[in-house]
Design a protein around this ligand. Structure first.
Ligand SMILES: [Zn+2]
Length: 548
């Protein structure tokens, strides 16, 4: 291929990937949210796809031969194109089988599919956010309704695991999880080392936090059967119970939309960044998500929100994604008009989610009535510490479970494997009589977004580094643990010079560049002034314990 024909092939492939990504976004929205749930729009005709795969292979050879034929920004787009076509190196029949199987499973998971048990939304909120449920049998029933997965999913999921491994091995990787890690720019040994560090450093503090929480719960509910996992108001015990006396739910008047809008206004972000949609399923929709549908102004959040602290957390997280999407430089080519790495965007959203644990933010939500919060600042620190530990131990259990699933293949006893990870990291035994259940499939990400849970856990490490950097931007003695996004404003939504500067910094340095960089990890290191590591996060944890 001549340099000119290479260039036109590059443009054709970029346009094809753009069209596919737009179509996939529309399909995802239709399946998950809109009224035509379950319909799958036709993909490209097999001959058209085959033609593009051949064109990609020829172009790849040409680009390898003509080093420097692409500009720097085109080379970055080429990496996106390559990762799109990478799976097509695997045997075509494996890919076709995998797509069909995934479609079948997604239909079974769709909000329209009948669920064995549906937990009414009020009961769920009460269990989770308000005051808990005083009766142990009712708590168990609530947990059971959230955790129970359709028993018919077990076999197709096991097959999906084996197919994903088959594809990954055809591409030269040990298994699918390793393939995904490599695609995301990780060196698997470094990744495992970070998990080991998180595990070692949080095991003992988690024990201490659990002991205190259990004592508080035992005072709240009598009898309190210790060691049962339905006492915490969270099906997976991934957050601290919101009904305990030191939780910020006590001081917050959670009107999620209003609080998010005011937080953004304080940072000088005054646009209407997203539209919010209520998913069709009315009872329980645990998978809130934000979609940048057209990589333009169409940004949508699907969430079932109420006036409770769990909804506030969900919206702060998803709105964090929305505001990033909205501030991506519109001049970026389509393929780079996205955050540089999911770890960074999840990290920023995890930071937004921490706001209800930050005294300055909580105070600003209640101007004129902040003395109570001041008096209980230690309680907020304790709740923050507990919540981070619960989240860390839950993440470790799930990440290591999924890693072990792909290492061992779908034929293993996945329910036993799941509970062995829960026992090891969170300290809960499998309740009696659940040997034949599929509790691990209550988390749909395992099916729809495989090998992605580490984005949240390691995203929190990025968030700790980012808060240190942002505290420096503010230029006063801000404690990174109390980020003071309000810039010392006493009223949430009233900007100050400091808060506007912070908003501008995030817009310009974190959001706008998108994926227009050679290495997202170097991008993050340059932004924060240090390499991504667990150190800052673990230091934050230690300081929170001392402050509480
Ligand atoms: Zn997210």
């Amino acid at each position: 291929m001549t340099p000119e024909s290479l260039h036109s092939a590059f443009l054709e492939l970029a346009a094809f990937v753009e069209q596919r990504q737009l179509a996939q976004n529309r399909e995802l929205w239709e399946r998950q949210v809109s009224r035509v749930t379950g319909r799958r729009t036709a993909g490209p005709a097999p001959e058209a796809l085959e033609r593009q795969v051949r064109l990609f292979q020829e172009t790849e050879r040409g680009i390898d031969q003509h080093a420097g034929c692409l500009s720097q920004q085109e080379a970055r787009q080429w990496r996106v194109i390559r990762s799109f076509f990478d799976p097509y190196r695997a045997p075509a029949q494996s890919l076709v089988r995998m797509t069909k199987l995934l479609h079948r499973i997604e239909l079974a998971l769709s909000p329209r599919a009948p669920r064995a048990k549906i937990l009414p939304v009020n009961r769920h909120k009460r269990w989770r956010c308000w005051r808990g449920i005083g009766n142990d049998a009712a708590r168990e029933a609530a947990w059971n309704a959230c955790i129970t997965a359709d028993p018919q999913l077990g076999e197709p999921f096991a097959e999906l695991v084996d197919l994903r491994n088959e594809v990954a091995r055809a591409l030269g990787y040990a298994d699918f999880y390793e393939y995904r890690l490599r695609c995301d720019g990780w060196i698997p040994a470094d990744f495992d080392r970070m998990l080991d560090e998180m595990d070692r450093a949080t095991a003992a503090p988690y024990e201490r936090a659990r002991t205190t929480v259990d004592e508080e719960l035992a005072r709240l509910w009598k009898p309190f059967p210790a060691g049962t996992c339905w006492q915490y108001g969270d099906p997976w015990v991934q957050t601290a119970p919101a009904f305990l006396p030191n939780h910020p739910a006590k001081w917050l008047r959670p009107r999620p939309e209003l609080l998010v809008q005011r937080t953004f206004a304080g940072l000088g972000w005054t646009g209407k960044y997203y539209r919010q949609f209520l998913p069709r399923q009315a009872s329980w929709f645990p998978n809130a998500f934000c979609l940048h549908l057209n990589r333009g102004a169409d940004i949508r959040i699907a969430a079932n929100l109420g006036p409770d602290v769990h909804s506030l957390n969900l919206l702060l997280h998803e709105a964090g994604h929305a505001v990033w999407f909205a501030h991506l430089d519109p001049r970026l080519p389509f393929l780079l008009r996205t955050p540089a790495h999911p770890l960074l965007s999840e990290g920023f959203s995890m930071l937004m989610q921490r706001l209800p644990f930050m005294p300055s933010w909580v105070r600003a939500t209640r101007p004129g009535r902040s003395t109570g919060v001041l008096r209980h600042e230690r309680d907020l620190r304790r709740a923050d510490w507990t919540d981070r530990l619960f989240f860390t131990r839950w993440s470790l259990a799930l990440i290591r479970f999924e890693r072990a699933v792909y290492a061992g293949g779908g034929a293993a006893d996945l329910q036993a494997l799941y509970w062995s990870m829960v026992r090891r990291h969170q300290g809960f035994e499998m309740p009696q009589g659940r040997g034949d259940c599929l509790d691990y499939l209550s988390k749909h990400h395992l099916i729809t977004h495989p090998a992605s849970y580490h984005y949240y856990l390691l995203g929190m490490c990025f968030a700790s580094l980012l808060t240190q950097r942002l505290a420096g931007v503010q230029g006063h003695d801000t404690d990174p643990l109390d980020l003071d996004l309000t810039g010392r404003s006493s009223v949430l939504g009233l900007p100050t010079a400091a808060s506007l500067e912070l908003g501008e910094f995030l817009r310009e340095h974190l959001f706008a560049p998108g994926a227009d960089c050679d290495d997202p990890f170097s991008f993050a290191a340059k932004l924060c002034g240090q390499q991504l590591s667990t150190t800052a996060f673990l230091e934050d944890l230690a300081r929170l314990e001392m402050m509480s």
